[in-house]
Design a protein around this ligand. Sequence first.
Ligand code: XIL
Length: 562
Amino acid sequence: MNKRIIAAAVSLILLAGCAGGTKDTAVTTNTVNTVQDAQVSETEAAAPETETAETEAAEGDASAETSLSDSDAPYIYEDFTSDTAIMGRGPATAEIVDDDKASDGKALYISGRTDAWNGAQYDSEIFRGNEIEVSGSFRSGNSNVKVTIQFDILGNTTYNPIFAVKTNEDSYSKGSGKFKVPDNAENILVYIESDNTGDIYTDDISVKVVGEYKKFDKPAGLAYVDTSDYPSLKELYSEQFLIGTCINPKVIATPEYSELVKAQFSSVTCENDMKPESLLDRTESISDLDKYQESPAINFDRARDELDFARDNGIKLRAHTLVWHSQTPDWLFYKDYDTSGELADRELMLKRMENYIKSVMEWTNENYPGLIYAWDVVNEAIDDGGGIRKSLWYETIGDDYIYKAFEFARKYAPADAKLFYNDYNSYMLKKQSDILEYIRPVAEAGNIDGIGMQSHLNTDVSLSLYFIAMKRYYEELGLEIQVTELDIGRKGQDNWRDVQGEYYRDYMKRLIEAKNEGIPVTCVTVWGLSDGMSWRANELPLLFDADLSRKPAFDGMAEAAE
Ligand code: XIL
């Protein structure tokens, strides 16, 4: 009973915290599962927080009234025996149902999930700046249910795991975790998701403040931290390797980011804007099939600003990527560029491959002579399950497409540009053997200069294994090595920033050792600037926080060079 009253009160607190309106009506809907419903509820619930809490509590249990009126701290407890402020996330719906396995016979049933991130969410603006402890119980077939917090800082959305719990269909599994919400966060949501799309029964959700509650009405000083006194990685490593990051339109258009890039990095890679989907122009290609059937039209509008940025600031550029199964439009592989028709045959696809590589290389060489020092010619061609990936490049050309891509790239690349094969998990034994098998003939033909080890790692990956693999690439192929997309996701909850910092430091120390032993490592590129911008944002894998504060990860990388 006590629980239920607090739950009702807190639903109102949460809603009152994020919207204005009149105080006339109470929340009456049992299920708040669409944006539209939520908006109605927000209008309905507008009392000042403590007053709402007291009013609601007074109708029920005296101890709830006391605990809430004693403190301004918001406290969510939902056993789903009364209304809830939890809403569906994405296309999912969240509704209260009878469930005899739940503590009070009621549960929140989340269904209609079509993606792992779909689920149910709370507006949690009220917790800004506070440390929270979140717990909940879940029932879902053979899954891993996660409670995550999402917020924006400076326009970047960050997703941080709070806890995860292994679940089964038959009984509820409980989990809990703590998280300190930054005081400059906006649009804060605590949400439930899982690693599959199965339905999730939820019970006994609680979110409470750890320690003294401080209320932050608005993001406190939405500002980047001053990064000008950070030691410069590119200077610290100038004797060893280029130090790179990836850039995107937001990075180059935001002075705080672009200044940091200029201060810290000696190499950049376009995160997305030199991928085939960014350069290939279907409208132009189909406008004149006589002209473009064998040579698809390209358009550099998306990449131009990033290329200008690199050139104008004297930063070298890794070009990423020419031949890839992903971020490459399907229409490229069809006759007349028409996906409702037939796949193009080998002969036509070889022509298109050659001409695409030729056009991209000629255009960049003409417009940005000398800027590009390395090309990822083929990306991720080996299947995780072993062997060559069954991509549309493979389907149309056959398994010599890797060899052919390098042959064409060598033909058109300027003499001083290095050609790379690039892949993830390239330190894993099986994948490495497959890469070696396909790349050996390319190396023998003299058409490749290096292996790109993407290096999307986490703090559990064995560095010994990783560096043995690096050495083997060099010894067996005689090629140079670049670390092309480094990010190191965290593992575990406790002390993870320090653990990650140590890992970055050890990683860089071993990289320096490898270089000193004669392995020609020439560049280390970190895949993104801040955790808020990372493609793995929920694993917080990079050197800077979203507001550009330096993390132990940055310090670890800097220390290794000293
Ligand atoms: C990622 C980008 O970071 C994302 O912005 C994009 O949505 C997907 O691609 N391997 C690669 C990179 O070679 O191109 C990928 O980059 C990450 C994995």
